[in-house]
Design a protein around this ligand. Structure first.
Ligand code: CO8
Length: 260
C-alpha cells in the first residue's frame, strides 16, 4: 500500500514504519493520522511482521506535535473530531497485538510525545527532547496525553510537564521513566533493531499475550487482572510454542517457535 505521509519497510520479521513529513518536523495532520491507522491495519494483518519500529523521517524530529497550521482555524466541533481521530488511531496502535518500539530521533512534543507514549517501548537519543507544550498554545493535550503521561511517569511529574509546557532532555525523560533507553544518535536504529530481533526470536503468541496482559490488565482491578493473567497463562498451554519452548529447555537446545 502506498501512502503520502508514511512509508513501511520490512527487514525479516521487523517492520520499520516512518512518518515522512520532515519539512514540518513530521507534524500530525488528519492525513498522517488516517494513514497511520491504515498502516496499523496492514501491519496487524501481515503474518510476517512480529515487531514494529516507529520513527520520524529526517534528522530533527520524531514528531513535533499535531499540525498547528492545520488546527489553527478549526472550530470546536472540527477540533473535537480531530482529537478523537488521534485518540482512536493511537489506541489502535497501542492495542495492536504486535510490540511497537518508538525510535525517537529528536523532538517528541505534544502529539509526538503522545504518539511515543502509545508505543510499547521508547528509545531516545541524547538530543531527543520531550514535552507537552499545549498550554503555551492555549489548549490542552488532545491525543490522550493527559491520560497516558500520568500512567507512565506518575501524577505529580505529569502535572508539572502539563502545566509548565517545559521541554525536557532525554536524560530527564529517562530519569522519570518516560523513555526506556537513551543511546547515541548513530546507534538508535541498530539498538532498536537489535531489541526487535531479540523479541522476534521468542514465542510470538506469548509476546502478544504479555502485551494484552499489561495493557488491558492495568485498566482492571487487581483481582480481575490476575484472573485475566491466569486465563492467558493457561491459554499458552494450548499452543505448540509452549510445548516447543519447554521441550527445548529440557533438551538443552534453542526453541523453534512457529507462532501456533
Ligand atoms: N505543526 C506544524 N508545523 C510545525 C510543527 C507543528 N507542530 N512543528 C514544527 N513545524 C514546522 C515549522 O512551522 C517549520 O515550518 P517552516 O519551515 O515552513 O517555517 C518547520 O516545521 C521547522 O520548524 P522550526 O523552524 O520551528 O524548527 P526549530 O528547530 O526552530 O524549532 C521546534 C523546532 C522547537 C520543535 C519548533 O518547531 C516548535 O516549537 N514546534 C511546535 C511544537 C509544539 O508546540 N507542538 C505541540 C503542538 S499541539 C499538539 O500536539 C496537540 C495534540 C493534540 C491535538 C488535539 C486536537 C484537538
Amino acid at each position: 500500500m502506498e501512502w503520502n505521509t508514511l512509508f513501511l519497510e520490512k527487514e525479516g520479521n521487523i517492520a520499520l514504519l516512518t512518518i515522512n513529513r520532515p519539512k514540518a518536523l513530521n507534524a500530525l495532520n488528519p492525513e498522517v493520522l488516517t494513514e497511520l491507522g491504515q498502516a496499523v491495519d496492514v501491519i496487524t494483518a501481515d503474518d510476517e511482521i512480529f515487531v514494529v519500529i516507529l520513527k520520524g523521517a529526517g534528522e530533527k524530529a520524531f514528531v513535533a506535535g499535531a499540525d498547528i497550521t492545520a488546527m489553527k482555524d478549526m472550530t470546536a466541533l472540527e477540533s473535537r473530531a480531530f482529537g478523537i481521530l488521534g485518540q482512536e488511531v493511537f489506541k489502535k496502535l497501542e492495542y495492536m497485538p504486535k510490540p511497537v518500539i518508538a525510535a525517537i530521533n529528536g523532538f517528541a512534543l505534544g502529539g509526538g510525545c503522545e504518539l511515543a507514549m502509545a508505543c510499547d517501548i521508547r528509545v531516545a537519543t541524547e538530543k531527543s527532547k520531550f514535552g507537552q507544550p499545549e498550554v503555551g498554545l492555549g489548549v490542552t493535550p488532545g491525543f490522550a496525553g493527559t491520560q497516558r503521561l500520568p500512567r507512565l511517569v506518575g501524577k505529580g511529574r505529569a502535572k508539572e510537564l502539563l502545566y509548565t509546557a517545559d521541554m525536557i532532555s532525554a536524560a530527564d525523560a529517562h530519569r522519570i521513566g518516560l523513555v526506556n533507553h537513551v543511546v547515541a544518535e548513530d546507534q538508535l536504529l541498530e539498538f532498536c533493531k537489535s531489541m526487535a530481533k531479540r523479541i522476534a526470536t521468542k514465542g510470538q503468541i506469548a509476546v502478544r499475550l504479555c502485551k494484552a496482559a499489561v495493557d488491558q490488565g492495568l485498566e482492571m482491578d487487581v483481582d480481575k487482572s490476575m484472573a485475566f493473567e491466569a486465563d492467558i497463562f493457561a491459554l499458552c498451554f494450548a499452543t505448540s510454542d509452549q510445548k516447543e519452548g519447554m521441550t527445548a529447555f529440557v533438551e538443552k537446545r534453542k526453541p523453534n517457535f512457529i507462532g501456533k
